[in-house]
Structure formats: structure tokens, C-alpha cells
Design a protein around this ligand. Structure first.
Ligand code: SAM
Ligand code: SF4
Ligand code: F3S
Length: 465
């Protein structure tokens, strides 16, 4: 994987969620265009928004120049993510000058963070809607059509959009995201999410299972259960382990993934449930953030270095072949060279297959911004990040090389980007596999057994056996 992609993949994932239902577009009288930034949960929210707009007679378009309504679903997690949105608005400003009737809406975490300030700072914006207020979009649009600028950033303790069936945007028809919790109660000091997404709440299990079953009946073969901290899922009598089992039982042919696991909350019960069901993917995204207990404490992650390493050990005891990935932050407040070395060594000891790596970006209003000085100079943050990326590149290379000669079950997601004579798919451990189609009558959504012959740092190459 190119370094840049590894480094900042969440910010690289931008503007991908165009609604693609081109055939439907003619049936609708009005057209909307939506672009999404940030995490998978935000992309899934755009699918909920698309569903709400569908009911209001809005069809999606990939061309914002013809849209009545242009929406940006935004992210605030790092300053760069917000800057990207500001730059993007400049493009829309030019279009709006030519077509003053076009409405521009800002959704998501940046909307929640800036509230009505957004309207003052960006004159072209007509509508500002926070993550818990999407049901009010139709009313806000009507008001905006009447010339009124509108804002709804109320956070909710109950909203889970459980009854709204997401319209799958730009879907490959094989894999889909299903949100199981919203918000976060954790208060990691660096993080803006608890402020933009509000208190954690879990969606009822029956609606989650029904959505997964419906996806399977429509031909999907993999669901990823989403939450900022999936392991703290709890609704009535159902905990996360039980929910995983309920979804795994929809069909042995439906793969189940989940993200993100907080190291403090993932339990043995979850690990044993994963081990018990072959269709629960053997892959855990277990963000460490730092390898120094002192820094982890300042981050309010509530675990120590030793505790984290024990968790990794436990995962490998219960599932020796489980893939593990991480998020790592360089240059958090007060981080010393020794702390940084602790981060490098915990990465090495955990043998991550992959990591998302960032340098610390102070976010206004967070606990860290209020309590600590952002005192690691930019060039040091950058140099440490580079060392983190270089180490991860080596770990990834080792991990992928180690798969040569093994045979994996691969779920085919589509043609390889480089050649339509090759399939593209993933192993249970979330590694990308590319292999020639040859004469086999396979299609997207099928499982293939592939023997790995070659490996790069982010792709396995093999042949069907
Ligand atoms: N809930 C997940 C967790 O606990 O790991 C993910 C939350 S956040 C959306 C994704 C990642 O962004 C975090 O794991 C962290 O590494 C990174 N992140 C969050 N705030 C950051 C900040 N202020 N500066 C740099 N990276 C940040
Ligand atoms: Fe942010 Fe921490 Fe919550 Fe993750 S667990 S969303 S890093 S506060
Ligand atoms: Fe960004 Fe909000 Fe997700 S801040 S990472 S879009 S929860």
C-alpha cells in the first residue's frame, strides 16, 4: 500500500460515496449529490441520508453541477480533514454563483462542531445538520427553499436510525456496513468524536439482525458491524458477543466483520465467539494509539502497555491466525523520545498486519486541548510518524510474505482494479488477494480457495486451487 494511503487513510477516503442509482434518477423530480469524508460510520450515515431523501422524491446524481441539493458529510477528527472540506466548498461556491437556486448542506461531525458558526464562516452554506438530526432534513430543506438558512445540531440519547433502511451507495453488492452503536462514552483526551457524536447508544439487536438478513437475501456476502467501540454494545439482554453470534447465524455464507474494538472492552467471550464461527472473520482492529503507559494515561485510554500486550497475547492464544491492525498517533502532548520508542516496540511486539498512522492534531474543545500544551514540535511529530510508518511497512511486508504457500478462502468483491482478467477479494484476515480468473465459472460474491504465490506489502497474489 502506498505510504500516504497507510498514513491517513480516513482522510484519503473522501468524496467516494456518490449515490450511484443512475437508473432511478429519472424517476425523481429533484436531484441530490452527496460526498462523504471520515470514518465508515460517516459513510454509512450518508446511506441513511440517501434513504431519507429518496422518500422525499430526491434521486441521486454523480454530477454536482446538475444537483438541486449538494451535501457534504464531514469529519472533524483532524484539522486536515476539516481543511479538505473547506477547500471543497470553494468548488461548490463557483457552481452556486452560476446556479443560485442550488442548496448546499453540511452534515456530520464538522457541522456538529461548528454549528451556526458554519453559516457565518461559509456564506454559501444553506443547511447545517448534525449526525443525530438527519430525520429533520426534509423540513430543513423546505425552509431553505424559502430562503431561510437552517441549522439542526441537536444530539440525541436515543436516535439509532434503526428503522431506516440505508440506500447502499456505490456498493459492490457484496460487502456492506451496518451501524450497531452511535456516539462514544470514552473521552479519550485527544478525540473530538464524543463531542460531535454524543453519548453512546446501542441499536436494538432484532433490527440489526433483520438488516443483515435482508442484505444476505439481496446477495450481499459480508457485513461489517460498525461502532466507535463495538465491544461496549449492549441492548436489553444482548451484549456484543451475543450479537455477533446472532448475526453469524444468519447464514454460514455471510461473513461478519466488526470495527472498532477498544482494547479495554474486548472480552474473552467475544474472542471465543469469533473462534467458534468460521464465518466471523479472524481480524481485529485494536487501536493502541501509543506504546507508553504514561502517554496512554494522558490520553485517558484506561489501559497500560502491559495490559494491551496481554490482550494481543490472549487473542493469539484463542485464535493463533487472527489478523490484528491498529491506529497509532505520533507526537501527543509531552511525548518524549523514550515514549516514542515504546510505541515502536509495542508495534513490533504486536506484529500488526496494518496500521492507520497519524500525527497528533489538537482539536478545539477536547480534553487534551484544555489540559495540555501541544508541545511536540511539528518536525519531531513528522519524523516520529515517518519512523512509525517505516516500521509498519516492514511489519506488513513480513506479515504478507509469511502467507506465501498458504491457501485461503477469498470472498470475491469484483474485478482487480488493474486487470479485468483478475479477481479482487479478501481473506478472513482482511488481506487483499488478487488472482487470475482463468477458466473457472466464478462471479462476484463467490468464495474461492486461493494459494498464495507472491506478496507485496499490501496485496497477496495467488492462483485458484
Ligand atoms: N473509536 C475508535 C478508537 O477508539 O480507536 C476510532 C476513533 S477515531 C475516529 C480514529 C482514529 O483517529 C483514532 O483511533 C486515532 O488514532 C485517530 N485520532 C483521533 N483523534 C485524533 C487527533 N486529535 N489527532 C490525531 N489522530 C487522531
Ligand atoms: Fe474517540 Fe476514544 Fe471514543 Fe475512539 S474510543 S471515538 S478514540 S473517544
Ligand atoms: Fe470523523 Fe466524525 Fe468519524 S469526526 S472519524 S466522521 S465520527
Amino acid at each position: 500500500m502506498p505510504e500516504l494511503l497507510q498514513k491517513d487513510i480516513r482522510e484519503e477516503r473522501q468524496g467516494e460515496a456518490y449515490a450511484p442509482f443512475a437508473n432511478d434518477a429519472n424517476e425523481y423530480t429533484k436531484k441530490f449529490y452527496i460526498e462523504s469524508y471520515g470514518c465508515q460510520m460517516n459513510f454509512n450515515d450518508s446511506e441513511i441520508v440517501a434513504s431519507i431523501l429518496h422518500k422525499e422524491g430526491y434521486g441521486a446524481t454523480r454530477n454536482f453541477e446538475e444537483a438541486h441539493l449538494v451535501l457534504l458529510n464531514t469529519c472533524s477528527v483532524r484539522e486536515k480533514a476539516e481543511q479538505t472540506v473547506r477547500n471543497r466548498l470553494t468548488t461548490f461556491r463557483k457552481v452556486k454563483e452560476k446556479r443560485p437556486g442550488m442548496l448546499v448542506g453540511v452534515l456530520g461531525c464538522m457541522a456538529e462542531r461548528l454549528k451556526s458558526k458554519f453559516l457565518e464562516e461559509e456564506k454559501l452554506v444553506d443547511i447545517v445538520v448534525g449526525p443525530d438530526a438527519y430525520r429533520s432534513l426534509p423540513d430543513l430543506i423546505s425552509e431553505a427553499e424559502g430562503g431561510q438558512k437552517t441549522v439542526n445540531v441537536l444530539l440525541s440519547r436515543e436516535e439509532t436510525y434503526a428503522d431506516i433502511s440505508p440506500v447502499r451507495l456505490d456498493s459492490n453488492g457484496v460487502t456492506a456496513f451496518v451501524s450497531i452503536t452511535r456516539g462514544c462514552n470514552n473521552m479519550c483526551t485527544f478525540c473530538v468524536v464524543p463531542f460531535t457524536r454524543g453519548r453512546e447508544r446501542s441499536r436494538d439487536a432484532a433490527s440489526i439482525v433483520a438488516e443483515c438478513r435482508d442484505l444476505f437475501e439481496k446477495g450481499f456476502k459480508e457485513v461489517t458491524l460498525l461502532g466507535q467501540n463495538v465491544d461496549s454494545y449492549t441492548h436489553e439482554e444482548v451484549n456484543f458477543a451475543k450479537l455477533l453470534e446472532m448475526v453469524a447465524l444468519v447464514s454460514p455464507l455471510l461473513r461478519v466483520r466488526f470495527s472498532t474494538s477498544h482494547p479495554k472492552d474486548i472480552t474473552d467471550e467475544v474472542l471465543h465467539t469469533m473462534a467458534k464461527y468460521p464465518n466471523i472473520c479472524k481480524y481485529i482492529h485494536l487501536p493502541v494509539q501509543s506504546g507508553s503507559t504514561r502517554v496512554l494515561q494522558l490520553m485517558n485510554r484506561t489501559y497500560t502497555r502491559e495490559w494491551y500486550l496481554n490482550k494481543v497475547k490472549r487473542i493469539r492464544e484463542i485464535m493463533p491466525d487472527c489478523g490484528i491492525s491498529s491506529d497509532v498517533i505520533s507526537g501527543f502532548c509531552t511525548e518524549t523520545e523514550e515514549d516514542h520508542q515504546d510505541t515502536l516496540s509495542i508495534m513490533e511486539l504486536s506484529r500488526y498486519d496494518m496500521s492507520y498512522m497519524f500525527s497528533y492534531s489538537e482539536r478545539p474543545g477536547t480534553l487534551a486541548a484544555r489540559r495540555y500544551a501541544d508541545d511536540v514540535p511539528t518536525d519531531i511529530k513528522k519524523r516520529r510518524l515517518e519512523e512509525i510508518i517505516n516500521l509498519q511497512n516492514r511489519l506488513s511486508k513480513d506479515s504478507y510474505k509469511n502467507d506465501i504457500g498458504k491457501t485461503f478462502e477469498v470472498l470475491i468483491e469484483g474485478d482487480s482494479k488493474r486487470s479485468d482478467a483478475h479477481w479482487y477479494g479478501r481473506t478472513s484476515h482482511n488481506k487483499v488477494v488478487v488472482f487470475p480468473k482463468e477458466q473457472y465459472p466464478l462471479q462476484k460474491g463467490d468464495y474461492a480457495h486461493v494459494r498464495i504465490d507472491e506478496a507485496t506489502q499490501a496485496t497477496l497474489l495467488g492462483v485458484i486451487v
